[in-house]
Design a protein around this ligand. Structure first.
Ligand code: HPA
Length: 328
């Protein structure tokens, strides 16, 4: 039997685990979930269900109450410190979650932190995996699938990026307005899986990307940044596979293509989120001028150092934004 997360209904009993679809309104009792997880263990959806099940069980054991996160947050290089903002936190190492990929990069600690921020249930990923580590796009985006099935109707993706546009300074925060996927692949390749739909009309074979980065959420971010006196510009993010940084000639080409920022992550998570019907806010921390913009080499240590320097601003912005997003 196949489980369709968009069609689960019924009351969750005490002690049951919860599976959220359709804006977190639908739930499945534990025995139902287990039966279905077993039935579909050979596919991605079944694997995601198994991960959801394990996370819910861990939260239930530690907190004694179920938690249905509404906002998922993926923290990029150097930004993992934000997870300390989570109240009543349950921290689960990726290694303890079935099928979760393990990060191998310095600055990506590999923990899922569930709890609340400003009273809003959240699931925060402290670190992500990348294709350049050798992971397939299905693995890179597996956590995003799991966040959606946990009930997150909004995903905040953050990353470290190189600044291509001349006015984007090192250490600045930029709201991503759109992306260019130059990785040569797409995380939604393969048989379509409509059971990942977490909103009406989502889970389609062909899906719209014309407002992939929610204009509404960007507006909230812009207003909150202005309130806090933080300069937050907007820009187009171009994704490459990495792990080599770009050549100056590539950066010149990317500028011609219309890119303002360059990085090695994010776009596939966003593609998968949009497939599921999840709203996305993307924020880049510009850790360096892209290759050739200044006459300086790029170092990963710099990425981490800038993250630490901007941590207070980044944390203040996101902490204030989460409750606004949940209310919206
Ligand atoms: N290029 C690609 N990815 C990055 C960069 C960069 O310059 N800086 C941080 N992540």
């Amino acid at each position: 039997m196949k489980l369709d997360c968009s069609r689960i209904t019924g009351e969750a009993e005490p002690g049951s685990r919860w599976l959220s679809g359709y804006a977190g309104m639908v739930q499945a009792p534990v025995h139902w979930l287990e039966e279905n997880a077993e039935a579909t263990m050979s596919d991605l959806f079944g694997m995601a269900l198994a991960a959801v099940s394990a996370i819910r069980e861990r939260v239930r054991v530690e907190l004694r109450v179920p938690i249905a996160p509404r906002v998922g947050i993926i923290l990029g290089s150097g930004l993992g410190g934000f997870a300390a903002q989570v109240v009543d936190a349950v921290t689960i190492a990726y290694a303890e979650i079935p099928h979760f990929p393990q990060s191998t990069v310095v600055g990506h600690s590999g923990k899922l932190v569930l709890g609340t921020i400003g009273g809003v249930p959240v699931a925060v990923m402290q670190g992500r995996v990348h294709a350049y580590e050798g992971y397939a796009m299905e693995q890179v985006t597996f956590p995003t699938r799991v966040l959606g099935l946990l009930g997150c109707h909004t995903l905040i993706v953050t990353n470290a990026a190189g600044g291509i546009r001349a006015d984007i300074a090192q250490g600045s925060l930029v709201a991503i307005s759109d992306h260019i996927n130059l990785t040569g692949t797409n995380a939604a390749l393969g048989p379509n899986e409509p059971r990942f739909a977490c909103a009406p009309d989502a889970g389609q074979r062909f899906f719209d990307m014309s407002a992939a980065y929610s204009p509404k959420l960007r507006g909230l971010a812009r207003d909150e940044a202005a309130r806090q006196g933080i300069a937050l510009s907007e820009g187009v993010y171009i994704a490459v596979l990495g792990p080599s940084y770009e050549t100056p000639a590539e950066i010149r080409a990317f500028r011609t293509l219309g890119a303002d920022l360059v990085g090695m992550s994010t776009v596939h998570e966003v593609i998968v989120a949009r497939h599921m019907g999840i709203e996305v806010l993307g924020i880049s921390l510009v850790t360096n001028a892209a290759a050739g913009v200044l006459n300086e080499p790029i170092h990963h240590e710099e990425v981490m150092e800038i993250g630490r320097r901007v941590e207070r601003q980044f944390t203040g912005l996101l902490t204030a934004l989460v409750p606004q997003i949940a209310l919206d």
